[in-house]
Structure formats: C-alpha cells, structure tokens
Design a protein around this ligand. Structure first.
Ligand SMILES: [Mg+2]
Length: 247
C-alpha cells in the first residue's frame, strides 16, 4: 500500500536523534523510500536553527526539507536556506520579551538558560521539578500582566515562554497551510511535553516513541495515535510503517 502521508514532522532529541545506530537506521529507511512516496520531512526542535543545521551535518540524520526551531518560533526552508519570515512576522506584535523576563525572574527556583539558548522570541529557563500547579501559577501571573504567551515546560527542567501564537503545534499548522497539506495527511513524532501541541493539531496523526515521558504520554489523547513498542528512531520507523509510509 502506498502512503497518503505528505508531511512528516519529527522532534529531534529523544525521538529521531539520540541513539546514533537507530538514527542511522532511520536515514536508511527514509532515503530508500521511493521519491514519489516520500513525504516532506521537517525536524521540530527546541534547538535553534543554527544548532540543528550543525547537527544535521555531523550526524546520520537525513537532510530535511524544513526545520522548525526554538520550540516553534522560527521555520527554515532547509534546501534554500531561507527563513520563512512570514511565520515570525505574525507574532512579533504584542510580544514583550523584557516584561516576560522580569516576571519569570521573580519566581523562586527559576534560573535563566545561557544566552546562546535565548532569542528575541524565546525566553528559556531552567526550573527543576516544577509541579503542574507551579507552571499554572506562572502562566496565570504572565496572563494577569496582560502578556499573551505560551508557557511550555518539558523534561522536568526546561521552561520556555514564547509568543502565544508560536510553539511546535502552531508551527506545524502553519507549515501545513504553507504547503497546502491537510493535517490529516501529516504525521508528527515526539517524546516530551514540548511536543504535546503538535499532537493536538486537529486531524493530525502521531507517533509516541516508547521512551516518551509521562508528561507527554499521560496527557496526549485521541484515536490518531500510534504507540511505538520501540524507543527513539526505531519507534519512528515502526510508526511510519504503521501509517503506510514505506510498508
Ligand atoms: Mg525530545
């Protein structure tokens, strides 16, 4: 059976990248797909674009068509090397990075991530073992200050505050529209809480790798999901086959 899937969006760390032997198997699987059956490939990561580009050149990861970086704050057309500025343009208005920084810094136990992880559209922090209530309290505080932001907490450590219209899910939705692809012909894969919103794009299909954290696995729902029995990139291959890609 040929696949009807037109777009595959995968998280990198802990999903398609980590176990290099598995990443290598994914590259082989992907590059052996007949071109006519190969969906567009997009990596979706908390890593910034430059970091992802460097990683792709030094690892077995196959070359993608698009990169979504900085937890869904920027999109790059990988083959031309051009950022899709229309995506970012939509949320620059109403975003106040300085005020976000001031408010988050007031919370006890939160420390800023190094400067190299910060951008104009992404305020990133370490917050160890915050409870859902802690995160909710921070979200409320920012909202009450009149800030329209997305608060994303992952891996019991990483806190990202982004413009509300940014995030991995909105970026995937935007890319589908940009490519004129129905989300019902797209698959996403991920392993932690910052992937959750990709799985919540209406109509989209999802692969949860076996090593997924409960912060994703316990929260994600819907009938369009495949729960891989294998971890990381091997689970991705298993899921893509299930959805008819390369089977
Ligand atoms: Mg991950």
């Amino acid at each position: 059976m040929g696949s009807t899937m037109k777009l595959f969006c995968s998280d990198l760390d802990g999903t398609i990248y980590g176990d290099l032997a598995a990443t290598d198997r994914f590259r082989e699987f992907w590059t052996e797909l007949p071109k006519s059956e190969r969906p567009w490939l997009c990596y979706v990561s908390g890593r910034l674009i430059d970091d992802q580009v460097a990683l792709i050149h030094e690892s077995p990861l196959p070359k993608p068509d698009f990169l979504i970086g900085g937890v869904g704050t920027c999109i790059l057309d990988f083959s031309s090397g051009s950022p899709l500025h229309d995506y970012e343009a939509q949320f620059k208005e109403g975003w106040d990075l300085e005020r976000v920084r001031r408010i988050v810094a007031e919370f006890p136990g939160i420390e800023a991530q190094p400067e190299r992880f910060q951008t104009d559209l992404k305020s990133s922090w370490y917050w160890y073992d915050a409870s859902p209530e802690d995160v909710e309290q921070l979200r409320r505080r920012l909202t009450e200050a009149g800030l329209n932001v997305a608060v994303i907490y992952s891996s019991s450590r990483d806190l990202d505050v982004l413009p509300a219209q940014a995030g991995k899910g909105n970026a995937v939705t935007w890319l589908c529209r940009h490519l004129s692809i129905d989300p019902a012909k797209a698959v996403v894969a991920g392993d932690t809480g910052n992937d959750l919103r990709m799985f919540q794009v209406p109509g989209i299909f999802g692969i949860i790798v076996a090593n997924a954290k409960p912060e994703l696995g316990d929260v994600v729902g819907g009938s369009n999901l495949f729960w891989a029995s294998l971890p990381e990139a091997d689970g991705v291959i298993e899921g893509l086959r299930y959805f008819g890609v390369g089977s």
